[in-house]
Design a protein. Structure first.
Length: 461
């Protein structure tokens, strides 16, 4: 299925910018292509303390604000563990948030965002009596369980749960995890699902099973768009293996060849605030919604619960109802609040909207650079006259209609990235106007390589 066909299938209940109509017979449809662009982080997502921290560190790093925010919230929630939680739908929901930072290898700045937040929490660990255990890589379901397994007394043989069952796993090659999901007999997928749900874990493939009672596991993954699309099997999309992840698009926001390091004073100040919040709010027990939050949640819940057309995008967004309250809880705790208020829910909804846009954007990435360059050269030959939809269809349909549709897919992405323009006009001032595509005289380079800076959204009022 092409990107165009996929978006058309998904678009039933979506509003604006989701359907990409392409012509079938040459020359019959002159409607401009609609383009799914890189997601925008709404100002509301940068609410309160979390937003202030992201705004403060953003000018010092090449990392995208959305990636910084998602990793910050996830890491803070991992440190809190299950001591402070929401109780919803007869289930305990701590601030357990699993971001999947998605960006290209060349300019995704995934590791950059991870390094910024890790530096802050390394400073937090210096003064903590209960530093968070952090490991890198997900090898197997059994290996994950062993990290938080119940402990056995060598003298008595008694087995008891660990005193500290928190674990943060950073997997910077999440494509390898997705590859494991496809293997026969794999247990990692089911183990991760149960860990996100907060269930006790047990390795059943051993003669001597290992159990982890009520662990608090957080996973932060990094992946490229192409890897994610290629590895997204139907079983994982529709079975829930991926929709427990908060998919966050990431790209470099500026070039800092001489540094990109957080100032020491900034690290000390921010880490001190985070450590103070953790000392005071890690053991609150059940955290309530304020009356204002209850009122704010109802329309959000109704909107998330509305019927949507079946498809991978809908499947990947299926867990918005538990995800948003979990995010809101972390926003509240990092604010120093003992209750979730309306502003925390609104911030969580804004970040979830970024995830929604990230998933739509995920289905519109350029993969075949050689084909892109051929298309750009063909447009360049036409100069200011440009090429019409009929030109595109007539040339590329000589191979097959699927090739023509894929070319329109690619054109939509080049328009999105500012490399190609489209406008309704005639070729030479005569004849019937139609949509024409023109290569910009100085086609803008891919985002993040031109030295321009993307600033965080303006502070919400």
């Amino acid at each position: 299925m092409t990107h165009a066909e996929h978006l058309h299938q998904e678009a039933g209940a979506d509003e604006g910018g989701r359907v990409v109509p392409f012509p079938t017979p040459a020359g019959e449809d002159e409607t401009p292509l609609q383009v799914v662009g890189f997601p925008n982080l709404a100002p509301a997502a940068l609410q309160g303390t979390a937003g202030r921290i992201v705004r403060e560190v953003a000018p010092t790093t090449e990392a995208h604000p959305a990636a910084l925010l998602a990793i910050l919230l996830s890491s803070f929630g991992a440190w809190v563990g299950t001591g402070s939680y929401l109780y919803r739908a007869n289930s305990v929901h701590p601030g357990r948030v699993w971001p999947l930072i998605t960006g290209r290898t060349s300019d995704g700045a995934k590791g950059t965002a991870q390094a910024v937040i890790e530096r802050l929490f390394r400073e937090v660990a210096k003064t903590s009596e209960w530093p968070l255990k952090t490991v890198r890589g997900l090898s197997s379901g059994e290996g994950l369980i062993e990290q938080v397994a119940d402990e056995k007394d060598d003298d008595t043989g008694d087995i008891t749960p660990r005193a500290d069952r928190r674990l943060l796993v950073v997997e910077e090659e999440y494509a390898k995890v997705l590859a494991q999901f496809e293997r026969s007999g794999n247990t990692l997928s089911m183990t991760l699902r149960e860990a996100w749900d907060g269930k006790s874990l047990q390795s059943v493939t051993r003669s001597n099973p290992v159990t982890a009672t009520d662990p608090s596991i957080t996973v932060i993954g990094h992946v490229t768009p192409r890897e994610l699309r290629e590895r997204m099997t139907s079983a994982e999309v529709f079975g829930g293996g991926l929709n427990r992840m908060l998919i966050v698009a990431s790209r470099r926001t500026q070039l800092l060849p001489e540094g990109g390091n957080l100032p020491d004073g900034m690290v000390t100040d921010i880490a001190g605030q985070l450590a103070d919040r953790l000392r005071k709010l890690s053991g609150l027990g059940e955290v309530p919604f304020t009356p204002a939050a209850i009122e704010a949640w109802e329309p959000i819940y109704r909107e998330l619960a509305r019927p949507r057309p079946d498809g991978p995008v809908t499947a990947l967004l299926a867990r918005g109802r538990p995800m948003i309250p979990r995010l809101a809880l972390v926003y509240a705790l990092i604010d120093g609040s003992q209750a979730v208020d309306a502003e925390h829910l609104q911030a969580a909804r804004a970040l979830w909207a970024y995830t929604e846009e990230s998933i739509h954007w995920l289905y519109g990435q350029l993969d075949d650079q050689e084909e892109v360059e051929r298309l750009m050269a063909w447009l360049a030959e036409a100069g200011e006259t440009g090429r019409s939809k009929s030109d595109v269809y007539n040339l590329f349909a000589k191979r097959n209609k699927k090739t023509a549709d894929q070319t329109f897919d690619t054109l939509a992405l080049l328009i999105r990235d500012g490399i190609v323009t489209q406008e309704i006009r005639t070729a030479s001032g005569r004849g019937r106007p139609g949509t024409r595509f023109t290569l910009r005289p100085q086609a803008r380079q891919s985002y993040g390589t031109n030295g321009k800076t993307e600033q965080p959204p303006a502070e919400p009022p």
